[in-house]
Write a protein that binds this ligand. Structure first.
Ligand SMILES: Cc1ncc(COP(=O)(O)O)c(C=O)c1O
Length: 480
């Protein structure tokens, strides 16, 4: 199908915007306009010009006028005409070539740190290009024509059905397609839920004392005050929930410290929401990547009417795709749709269909399984290297996700980060994620993303990391 489209574009020739004007008649004006288009590089060498009749129709000229203009430009060497290949812009020699447009090229990556251990992105080299392309082609071939009209703000039914099945199977989410609303990712979901003047949610919103600053800033910009819940080894202290009507948590894998929310707290937060008429926003950002045997499903499965479940492909596929989903309690569906607007303005309908196909064909599951294995291998290597070279450093949060936290002795985080910068190692300290208003004691630590470096760069990145870690404390004097 794609091939036949290319064929017909070749046959018809490129669409061409020209404004022939000026003295000397129509033919002369057209010749000037074409010459100028070639000279300026707007028409690149080799470009096929439209057939006489279509350019004549577009410009309201007689066919012969266009034919004469082409013939003159061929004679002057601006164009070439060959039987069967139409009229094209001549590939002129370098001396007389008009200012050439440089080829379109991805910008060279800026020189960054030598070792990238920043959390946040999956392995970019593993994006399933072939599977995505196959799904895109299939989706495009099968799409009814109405797909190319304005999109429904709820999202394509194909995707909502595929997600309903997938989320139930893989994450224990209980829903039906009518409660799934497609968005462009978690950040977009927050914007929709707290849209100023919107009818869905209002602050204050309880959040974890350590979390993504970008999300806190986004909420602040929407006029939402966030109140921090302290963390301990069992996750967020949901017993400290106060007057808020909504709480945002990362229950499967606390971001960034890494533990799951303890089972008793999962039920406690649902009980709180029931008792107060509140709601839990469940950020399931990397729920697919769990490496130990204990599955941690969604809290949403405990009470679909008290939890807004939010996920995206940002960790499983790529944050560049910009596709996410909300699974909503019935009472919020209309408000979220109203916040989205009359038509889909965010998530490309073609990408939605592509993802639906990826899910329905099993290719998404295969990709997630493959990546889980790869990340588990990365995680194991990190743990082994640290056990051998820095056994005094405690590694936490490694049962899941794409990053680990190395706990540091109190008061050492800043100096370790300085040393890391000196070694060209990019990574964050826990302080970068701390809520400014929290009263919990600070946790010193490094957040080490292990998904980003390419396979061949990972060993050197781990070496460099070990070099910047604080030395083992000296054993104290032997007690008698
Ligand atoms: C804590 C957390 N939540 C959610 C997301 C996903 O954000 P988005 O879907 O807007 O890319 C991320 C990053 O991938 C994250 O780190």
């Amino acid at each position: 199908m794609v091939d036949s489209w290319v064929d017909s574009a070749e046959r018809i020739g490129a669409d061409l915007h020209l404004e022939p004007a000026g003295p000397g008649g129509r033919r002369a004006a057209l010749i000037r306009a074409l010459r100028e288009a070639v000279r300026s590089g707007r028409l690149a060498p080799g470009t096929r010009l439209p057939p006489y009749r279509s350019l004549a129709a577009d410009l309201g000229l007689a066919r012969n006028t266009v034919a004469d203009a082409y013939a003159e430009l061929v004679a002057e060497g601006w164009l070439t005409a060959r039987q069967g290949s139409g009229t094209r812009v001549a590939d002129r020699d370098a001396a007389s070539r008009p200012a050439e447009r440089p080829p379109v090229r991805a910008p060279a990556p800026a020189r960054g740190p030598r070792h990238d251990l920043l959390q946040g992105t999956p392995d970019a080299s593993s994006f399933p290009r072939a599977a995505w392309l196959a799904s895109y082609r299939r989706a495009l071939r099968q799409a009814p024509n109405e797909v190319f009209g304005p999109g429904d703000p709820a999202g394509r039914p194909e995707l909502r059905v595929a997600l309903t099945e997938y989320l139930a199977r893989a994450r224990g989410v209980r829903t039906e397609p009518g409660r799934v609303v497609i968005c462009s990712g978690f950040a977009h979901a927050l914007r929709l839920l707290f849209a100023p003047g919107g009818a869905v949610l209002r602050g204050p919103l309880a959040v974890e004392a350590y979390g993504l600053r970008f999300h806190r800033d986004l909420l602040a910009a929407a006029g939402v005050r966030t109140t921090p819940l302290p963390l301990d080894e069992d996750g967020a202290r949901v017993d400290r929930l106060g007057r808020e009507r909504a709480v945002l948590l990362t229950p499967a894998h606390q971001f960034p410290t890494g533990g799951p929310l303890h089972a008793s707290r999962r039920t406690a937060v649902v009980d709180w929401a029931r008792a107060r008429g509140g709601v839990l926003l469940e950020d399931d950002y990397d729920g697919e990547f769990r490496y130990d045997r204990r599955p941690v499903g969604s809290v949403q499965g405990l009470d679909p009417e008290r939890v807004i479940y939010i996920g995206s492909v940002s960790k499983s596929l790529s944050p560049a795709v910009r596709l996410g989903w909300m699974v909503l309690p019935e009472r919020y569906v209309d408000g979220v749709l109203a916040a989205k607007g009359e038509r889909e303005a965010w998530a490309s309908v073609l990408d939605q269909l592509s993802l639906a196909d990826l899910l329905a064909s099993g290719a998404y599951d295969r990709h997630v399984r493959r990546m889980r294995q790869r990340y588990r291998g990365r995680r194991d290597r990190l743990v082994e290297v640290l056990a051998a070279r820095a056994p005094h450093v405690e590694v936490t949060g490694v049962a899941a996700g794409l990053h680990a936290v190395l706990r540091l002795p109190a008061g050492t985080e800043r100096s370790v980060l300085r040393a890391a910068a000196g070694e060209g190692v990019a990574l964050d300290g826990l302080a970068a994620f701390r809520h400014p208003a929290t009263d919990m004691a600070a946790w010193d630590g490094l957040v080490v993303g292990y998904a980003t470096p390419s396979e061949h760069a990972y060993g050197a990145a781990l070496d460099a990391l070990c070099r910047v870690l604080p030395p083992a404390p000296r054993p104290g004097p032997a007690s008698g």
